[in-house]
Design a protein. Structure first.
Length: 241
């Protein structure tokens, strides 16, 4: 039985091959920004109140007029299918059972409609990368609205993708290309390898559907990284609103 986030991290490191774990766990370049984020959270301290009636305590809060069990959300992560089949759907289910919002990444490996079907009563949010082809964003937003996603999360701080040194060292490319090193890594993680063989390579299904193309991980990953709209700013023209 795992009892802490640290123990789940250790378990993930044992289960996943190096390229998958490093993609999930690491930051860009030397990881200084990731370390600063950890340090910032450690500065937050609970201030206890003694001799106070605590027989009725609640962590419940509200996000944008909707109830949540705690002031937390399950944030967006891309390519979750690399770690577990249908991971986006399972995360949405878990968040729904915990009464927390779930944010689906633009780079998700499950269709947003399938995530809604997996968590029919969950509070689902949609994270959006705005690309040069605004039609992709418009279609994603339309589909999310039809599927009952309550909130749009607009990512504005990644005009370029971070340079991830660990991915370079591990030879991590999309789609995965078999090499002696990758083969050895997979052989030492048979459970993961069997799941990937059985479920197939993860795909960026939402992008593929919104551009009206057959799923092609290599093409759509390149599209996501190379076609970010660098002109995105605070001011919108009337035609854009």
């Amino acid at each position: 039985m795992l009892s802490s986030v640290a123990e789940y991290r250790i378990a993930a490191r044992r289960r996943l091959p190096r390229l998958a774990f490093d993609y999930l766990d690491g930051g860009a370049e030397d990881g200084h920004a990731l370390q600063r984020n950890d340090d910032a959270y450690r500065q937050w301290l609970f201030k206890p109140r003694v001799l106070t009636d605590v027989s009725r305590c609640s962590s419940a809060t509200r996000f944008f007029g909707r109830d949540a069990a705690a002031p937390m959300i399950v944030g967006p992560t891309g390519l979750n299918g690399l770690f577990w089949p249908r991971a986006d759907e399972l995360l949405a289910q878990a968040a729904s059972h915990a009464a927390l919002p779930f944010v689906l990444s633009t780079a998700s490996t499950s269709l947003l409609e399938d995530v809604r079907a997996a968590a029919p009563h969950g509070d689902l949010w949609m994270q959006l990368y705005v690309q040069q082809d605004r039609g992709i964003a418009e279609d994603l937003m339309r589909r999310a609205s039809v599927a009952g996603y309550s909130t749009l999360v607009l990512t504005v701080d990644v005009p370029v993708h971070g340079k991830r040194d660990h991915d370079t060292r591990n030879g991590f490319r999309l789609p995965l290309r078999l090499s002696p090193r990758l083969l050895a890594d997979c052989l030492t993680h048979p459970h993961w390898s069997w799941q990937m063989t059985r479920s197939g390579s993860p795909q960026l299904k939402n992008i593929a559907k919104s551009v009206g193309e057959r799923a092609d991980l290599s093409r759509h990953a390149a599209m996501l990284s190379r076609q970010m709209d660098l002109t995105l700013g605070r001011t919108l023209t009337r035609s854009q609103t």
